[in-house]
Unconditional design. Structure first.
Length: 151
């Protein structure tokens, strides 16, 4: 197995981790809510922790392997459309993770604990909406990578 193939496997595994975690986060809140307020609040606290414990490492692996593959491959460079889309997705995902998902999950957990149903509904709606946006952008980025747009 060549270095580029190893990097590509790691790159795909990191993207799969990101996508898979997004799908879990789309399903788990309602499942946790059916188990009661403690489980629902617990889920949102776990989700807040995913930002640094799962998403950030996956993003670092994506970024590092992506840069490394560009550096060792003559077929495309940093200005290639699909590479630019990939970098943009890392930035967007990082910003959403810090400013929307992590903070929003903490707000949802706190609202559940305080019994503020309006705040719970608002936090869940915001998280779901941005979760859909992040997932659609991620799927677009994966498609751009597979098709090597602009290469």
């Amino acid at each position: 197995m060549e270095l580029r193939e190893i990097l590509l496997v790691l790159h795909i595994a990191a993207a799969g981790t990101w996508l898979g975690a997004n799908l879990v986060q789309a399903v788990a809140p309602s499942m946790a809510a059916r188990q009661g307020p403690a489980a629902a609040a617990g889920w949102f606290r776990v989700a807040a922790g995913l930002s640094t414990r799962l998403y950030m490492p996956a993003a670092i692996v994506l970024l590092a392997t992506g840069i490394w593959m560009v550096l060792i491959t003559e077929a495309y460079g940093f200005g290639t459309t699909f590479v630019t889309i990939g970098f943009a997705m890392i930035v967007i995902g990082t910003l959403l993770g810090i400013f929307v998902f992590e903070r929003g999950s903490v707000r949802a957990a706190d609202a559940i604990d305080s019994g503020d149903q309006e705040a719970v509904k608002a936090a869940r709606g915001r998280l779901a909406g941005f979760g859909i946006l992040d997932t659609l952008l991620l799927l677009f980025t994966i498609t751009a990578m597979v098709l090597r747009l602009g290469a």
